[in-house]
Design a protein around this ligand. Sequence first.
Ligand code: FES
Length: 106
Amino acid sequence: MIRACDVDDLPDGEAVRLLAHVPISVFHTEGQYFAIDDTCSHQDASLADGWVEGCFVECPLHAASFDLRTGQPTCLPAKRPVRTYPVVVSDGAIYVDTAVAQEAIA
Ligand code: FES
């Protein structure tokens, strides 16, 4: 588990980037937390810099959208999914289990 930040430091609608074996972005949206690969599967944009709406994040570079729950792209130009990671909230902090990357479910 890697500590991402305090719960109080990640307001709803925001994201934080952390460095693990790969960059991972952690999102807080509608009271839930999600962690996915930070690098867009289309090119090299950081998804933590994207726009969150509901359970989706829109890439800031070419506007591909990814489902934060599954990692699946929901529109072009991205065609490949990003991995998702389990998130645990404990004692006021957010942790990501970076050892348990989950490939997107088709
Ligand atoms: S880099 Fe994300 S859509 Fe192109």
